[in-house]
Design a protein around this ligand. Structure first.
Ligand SMILES: [Zn+2]
Ligand SMILES: [Zn+2]
Length: 284
């Protein structure tokens, strides 16, 4: 999922360190100016960190069986097992089937849930133990109204907020998408962006891509390229495509496109395996 551009009205400044508008000049302004200076210095340090951190993918997107990073988007290249919340790549899933393991989790061997109610019960069992991934996953079920649950965005947001505090980067990402776009909630772009930033700095690729989209929407083209470059080098094709589009539109240089293409190619190469190539040939 990707945030779509905002409306055509005046763009709201996004991110931390924004200054409050207005304020009549007075003697207090000396202190206020010093405060602003501190804030802008802090904002600058944060912007630097944002671009310097999170160049390595987070370990949560590594297959727990073959230890290779999962192809992007993860949902197309792997399946989540709600018994243990492990996301197993399709290559390892195929290998398990070839060994006769069809109806069990390829990681922990728990039998797959047979219906929505048993799947929900599995998730809730892990939620009750404080598993951040399970809490985030349950939030997604409420958001989409799946597994027999009513669609309930406020409940989803509550669960994602809890999961994010426990360290789930996917939860930050979902909060980012929901707030930035105002999906079922009062739109709050700055809040959405802060969630993308938190996750991107820890190597969450989809969140990094979204920061590129955010900056592009704000017409900060150079910054957009810098974000896309990081996610393209971690193997994100959408980011590579966007740099290509910007190159064609004269907003990115040929050298930047070449660098993205090289980095993307290397990442994709590292994610390849015989099992995964074989899995592409069959429907799993
Ligand atoms: Zn694997
Ligand atoms: Zn399992």
């Amino acid at each position: 999922m990707e945030p779509v551009g905002g409306d055509a009205s005046e763009q709201e400044p996004a991110g931390p360190g924004n200054r409050e508008p207005g304020g009549a000049p007075s003697q207090i302004n000396v202190e206020a100016a010093a405060g602003d200076f501190d804030r802008s210095a802090e904002a600058e340090r944060y912007s630097e960190r944002l671009l310097n951190e999170g160049h390595e993918r987070w370990e949560g997107e590594r297959c727990p069986i073959c230890y290779l990073f999962i192809g992007l988007p993860v949902s197309e290249h792997a399946k989540i097992n709600t018994c243990c919340m492990k996301v197993v790549c399709k290559g390892c899933e195929l290998a398990a089937r070839q060994r006769g393991i069809y109806d069990r989790c390829p990681f922990c061997r728990t039998p797959h849930p047979t219906d929505d109610a048993s799947e929900l019960a599995m998730i809730q069992k892990r939620v009750s133990k404080g598993d951040a991934d399970a809490i985030a996953h349950l939030g997604r079920q409420y958001y989409l109204g799946r597994l027999g649950l009513p669609k309930d965005v406020p409940r989803a947001i509550k669960l994602w907020t809890e999961a994010a505090e426990l360290g789930s980067l996917d939860a930050h990402f979902m909060l980012g998408v929901t707030y930035y776009n105002g999906y079922g909630v009062q739109q709050d772009k700055a809040r959405g962006v802060r969630n993308f930033q938190e996750a991107a700095m820890k190597g969450h690729v989809a969140s990094r891509h979204c920061l590129g989209v955010v900056e592009f929407n704000e017409r900060n083209h150079e910054l957009a390229v810098q974000h896309y470059m990081i996610s393209a080098k971690m193997g994100d094709e959408n980011s590579l495509d966007n740099i290509k589009g910007m190159f064609v539109g004269g907003q990115a240089t040929k050298a930047q496109y070449a660098e993205a293409l090289r980095g993307y190619g290397n990442a994709v190469q590292e994610m390849k395996s015989h099992q995964r190539e074989e899995a592409k040939q069959v429907v799993i």
